[in-house]
Write a protein that binds this ligand. Sequence first.
Ligand code: KG4
Ligand code: ZN
Length: 362
Amino acid sequence: MGDTLTILGIESSCDDTAAAVLRVGDTAQTLSSIVSGQGELHDAYGGVVPEIAARAHAEKLDHCVREALDEAGVRVRDLDAVAVTAGPGLIGGVMSGVMCAKGIAAGAGLPLIGVNHLAGHALTPRLTDGVAYPYLMLLVSGGHCQFLLVRGAQDFARLGGTIDDAPGEAFDKVARLLALPQPGGPSVEAEAARGDATRFTLPRPLLDRAGCDMSFSGLKTAVLRARDGVMTDNRLGRQARSDLCAGFQAAVCDVLGEKTRRALEIYLSETPERATLTVAGGVAANGAIRARLTEVARGAHVDFVAPPLALCTDNAAMIAYAGAELYRLGQRDGMELAARPRWPLDRTSPAMLGSGKKGAKA
Ligand code: KG4
Ligand code: ZN
């Protein structure tokens, strides 16, 4: 990559306030990565409340940045640039981050770089494993679900994505239907381990349609119907709950597995010389889903790279890393940098439907 850059990254697009300092030369070194979640602030509301999130970000950002600099042993004057998530996401939170970054950049006379949050996720396998371009990324979280052909830090093609809910959102909603704790992913996965995935017949949405678009909202409704069918006196038995979780998780695995197989087919038809499947997002923590993706990659004879969980979920190290790549490409943003609630990575693709509880999907 050439000269070594010391770069501060700031992330505040959803419900995690994060700051990180990276040193990026031929390889990338994470000097610090601070993530402060807001889970407890939103628990009572059953989802992220944008106004509460924005206020909490505004309060916490300075502390996170200070902690990130201290832990890295770096002063503001040692920095070469400030990178910040400028979208997509919940607009109040994104604005808090952009204002904070502008303040630091203006005060210290540093270049400012606006980063697309999805690019941060999509470039993470380069930060963690030095994966070379091009590669295929499945981004699966509470707010995002898409297949991206990653050709460069500014060059993405979306091969498909959800037309309604993201899978993490579906896990969270199913957990709520079954009175399991939030976030739903880990609790549904734990229940599924003791369940029979074949007891309930649940749909595999859009598998009958060509291409790699996905849908998860009908699946959640099917779980609701199946639950109502086995409740007696408004009570759901423990085994039925586990069986519903196992059935739901198996359906998500089948959909993600088959759509990934198709996305890989498209990717390999365009770029047979390079073969890597990567994944990012909180849902990548799911053991059954990881196992299925590993199987699909093996079947297609491609490598599979899944970054460690702390870098799959929202963090600022990925924003600093993406910022460093964009800096190398000459990107500089001034004080006019705007926060964008929607910002598709692939400008040639139509906007995705829905906006989800965690903000815009693209
Ligand atoms: O990437 P992330 O931390 O935040 C964003 O959505 O941007 O992902 C959080 C999502 C939640 O919906 C959570 O339920 C899901 O990831 N998740 C899981 C698991 N762990 C977290 N979903 C399925 N299985 C898991 N083990
Ligand atoms: Zn994210």
